[in-house]
Design a protein around this ligand. Structure first.
Ligand code: LLP
Length: 421
């Protein structure tokens, strides 16, 4: 469910016509709906209502500070995976005690930043990281709450590039070695073991892999408690999938997911933490783009847009499907036609969709990529020297540019030509 609907033949973002935003900021751009973001956050919050809990938004999916502030004001914490994300979350006003630090390669500098600035917990992913964190904590004279991320060796049944819970993936420590790693954590100074962390992958559309992983975590909780560790908090990661195509079967709801958590780990009396990204931000954003040309090829027509793979890389990178809809609602009775929908970047990978049925469009018409709020703007680049596209936030009938489009001069001025050239 989102707030991007046609009204009087025009696509709206809440109460603002998408064409009005396009006229004000130019294309391409991202637009996010505050109501959708908040609604999705609250669905998770309510799904865990029966247990002490904290929802930490995986800000890697959408990290604009305006979005972080909106969610933070509603009570969200943040899951960060870099010093940059930590700084961004703090700049958006998120208190340190609502920030969890995940990631397989935290540097000593990043650890110091988090420990000095305040952190809810660090999710440790390896023994060398644990030693480094202990040394940083001791040097600062603090004790840092930690969980250890365990790899439960569960097949998340998602795209190979975004599955993380199989033993061949780089994430976490094998669950079979958990006892020795927790024993090591208990011995090291500056660390306080508070729980267990697990995250098995992203865009999961079936609850069974979560169930398998969470049952293993429940079992491990009992074992570690018997070993004398204090396991008070379970960080169960993110990963619940969203419907990318209108035609797809609906994935499980946050309420189903909450019931599963209750069923698998609820009896342990732990505080529950989850790190959803995509389900909160994915369907809360559109990428809006303009048709530059419609070109007839050999046996196929190409719709060439001003948005490209550098602006939204998911189709090129994961063969991901995004629904693409015209901003002006097609008239009843207009026959859709197949188009290859592409960007202007100079490689064939810059293809958003092949033989997609669309109403006939002409140069200057606007289209919107649905479900583009997660892993859209954050993964964009300036490939082909195309400046990063702006982000806009809508709330009711108001909208604001929350990241401006840089000028060409700003983009170009970042390079330096050495004196000796
Ligand atoms: N927690 C951890 C430790 C993660 O690694 C991730 C995602 C999440 C939470 C949030 O997962 P979510 O709820 O958003 O599924 N760029 C890819 C997705 C990469 C996901 C990486 N980790 C894409 O566009 O599909």
């Amino acid at each position: 469910m989102d707030h991007f609907l046609y009204r009087d033949g025009q696509l709206f973002a809440e109460d603002v016509a998408v064409s009005e935003i396009a006229a004000a900021v130019g294309t391409p751009f991202y637009v996010y709906s505050s109501a959708t973001l908040l609604r999705h956050f609250r669905l998770f919050d309510e799904a865990l209502a029966g247990m002490p809990h904290q929802v930490c938004f995986a800000m890697k999916s959408l990290s604009n500070q305006a979005v972080l502030k909106l969610l933070g004001d509603a009570g969200a914490g943040m899951d960060v995976v870099s010093g940059g994300e930590y700084r961004r979350a703090r700049a958006a006003g998120i208190p340190g005690d609502r920030i969890v630090f995940s990631g397989v390669g935290k540097t000593v500098e990043e650890m110091r930043l988090a420990l000095e600035g305040g952190i809810r917990q660090v999710n440790v992913e390896s023994e060398p990281e644990m030693e480094a964190l202990s040394a940083v904590a001791v040097s600062l004279g603090v004790t840092v709450p930690i969980t250890v991320r365990v790899n439960p060796d569960v097949d998340a049944k998602t795209h190979a590039k975004i599955a993380t819970g199989k033993s061949e993936n780089k994430f976490g420590i094998p669950i079979s070695r958990a006892r020795e790693v927790y024993a090591m954590a208990a011995r090291l100074p500056g660390l306080r073991v508070i729980g267990i962390d697990v995250h098995i992958g992203s865009q999961l559309t079936d609850l069974a892999p979560f169930e398998a992983a969470y049952r293993k975590v429940a079992e491990l909780t009992e074992i570690l408690r018997a070993d004398g560790h204090s396991i008070e908090r379970l960080d169960l990661g993110g990963g619940l999938g969203i419907p990318y195509a209108r035609s797809n079967a609906a994935p499980p709801l946050p309420s189903d997911y909450g019931a599963l958590i209750q069923r698998t780990v609820g009896h342990l009396g732990c505080e529950i933490e989850i790190e959803p990204g995509r389900l909160i931000s994915g369907n809360a954003g559109l990428m809006v783009s303009k048709v530059i040309y419609v070109k007839s090829g050999e046996g196929r027509d190409f719709m060439i847009l001003d948005g490209a793979m550098n602006d939204l890389i998911r189709p090129a990178m994961y063969d991901a499907h995004h629904d693409i809809v015209p901003v002006i609602e097609p008239q009843v009775g207009v026959e859709p036609q197949p188009y290859d929908i592409v960007g202007p970047v100079c490689e064939s990978g810059d293809t958003f969709a092949k033989q997609r049925m669309m109403p006939p469009l002409a140069a200057g018409d606007l289209v919107a990529f649905r479900s583009a709020g997660a892993y859209g703007a954050v993964m964009s680049s300036e490939y082909n020297s195309r400046p990063l596209i702006p982000e806009v936030l809508v709330q009711g009938d108001q909208f604001a540019v929350i990241r401006a489009r840089p000028t060409f001069d700003e983009m170009i001025a970042r390079d330096t030509i050495p004196e000796w050239l």
